[in-house]
Design a binder for this molecule. Structure first.
Ligand code: GUN
Length: 294
């Protein structure tokens, strides 16, 4: 028996379509045009690809997209000034500063300068703290996407054993909080964890978010488990080309797991779709409207 492949591409497309419907509704009924501002500093090629994709998909959902490109040697003060302008701009409901920032810039200070109501990345300490406290918050997009993909397999996560491998602010930590909100039992594993394979084998839900190519092996996985692979690494092939792989040895996992996300075509597709949802939610909250139905 081989595992079910969780089709992130299809699930993300459906989420984008539902978001576009809700955007059309708030425009029609409330005259609200949600707007997302994305700030890219420097010219990291991977970041440029992400930012272009965010721009295209924001517009395709019927929202306004504002792109701000700054040189890698921009001063901290100039970057903070731009964030301040976006905070004050009524056409902007979501602000995303693409990470990582070039060396010399203080990421923590930049994130702290974003209005928490417009923090569609969910990285501001207000939002991270609210999420940890079980309060309503804008939550990071990749973990939100992981939960939606899991729910495409499990109607309820209550009582399931989940393991989150990786404890980054962008993925691991917020994912733990979202899983707790779903009443899962959560183990947080990381580079210093003892017997990672043994911990992993107890999990009904495995979230791999470490950025180490194919680290999670087939014999780490409990038969029938659901495996969500957040990793994406480009590795060389025997033919002198490159290919994208996740943090999970996909072919081996397919022989053991119940369901697995592919790389690409899994979690990656969900991140931008959830960013659109967060922008719509932020716009409704700022305008004092009820939360949208996505
Ligand atoms: N770089 C890679 N993923 C992300 C993300 O979700 N948000 C931001 N701001 N930067 C990223």
């Amino acid at each position: 028996m081989t595992a079910q492949i969780i089709d992130g591409k299809r699930i993300a497309a459906e989420l984008r379509a539902r978001t576009a419907d809700e955007v059309a509704r708030v425009k029609r009924d409330h005259g609200l045009m949600p707007g997302l501002a994305v700030v890219l500093v420097g010219n990291d090629p991977a970041s440029e690809v992400y930012v272009r994709s965010k721009h295209t998909q924001t517009q395709a959902a019927g929202m306004a997209s504002f792109e701000h490109k700054l040189p890698a040697d921009v001063s901290q003060a100039a970057l903070l000034e731009l964030v301040g302008k976006l905070n004050a701009d009524p056409a902007v409901h979501g602000i995303l500063v693409q990470l990582p920032l070039p060396k010399g810039l203080n990421t923590e200070a930049v994130i702290a300068a974003i209005d928490p109501a417009k923090d569609v990345d969910g990285l501001h300490p207000n939002n991270a703290g609210r999420l940890a406290g079980g309060l309503r918050a804008l939550s990071p997009c990749t973990p939100l996407g992981c939960i939606i993909l899991t729910k495409s397999v499990h109607t309820s996560l209550e009582g399931l054993n989940a393991i989150v491998i990786g404890r980054s602010n962008l993925v691991g930590r917020p994912l733990v909080q979202l899983l707790l909100n779903e009443n899962a039992t959560v183990t947080i594993a990381h580079s210093r964890s003892r017997d990672l394979p043994g911990l992993c084998r107890q999990a009904d839900l495995v979230y791999a978010a470490v950025g180490k190519a194919e680290m999670v092996r087939g014999d780490w996985i409990k038969p029938g488990a659901t495996v969500i692979d957040v990793g994406i690494t480009r590795i060389p092939t025997a033919e002198g080309k490159t290919r994208l792989v996740g943090d999970v040895a996909f072919d081996d996992a397919m022989q053991v797991a119940g369901a697995v996300t592919p790389v690409p075509g899994g979690v990656g597709q969900m991140t931008v779709a959830c960013l659109l949802v967060n922008t719509l939610r932020a716009a409704c909250a700022i305008k004092g409207l009820p939360a949208p139905a996505v």
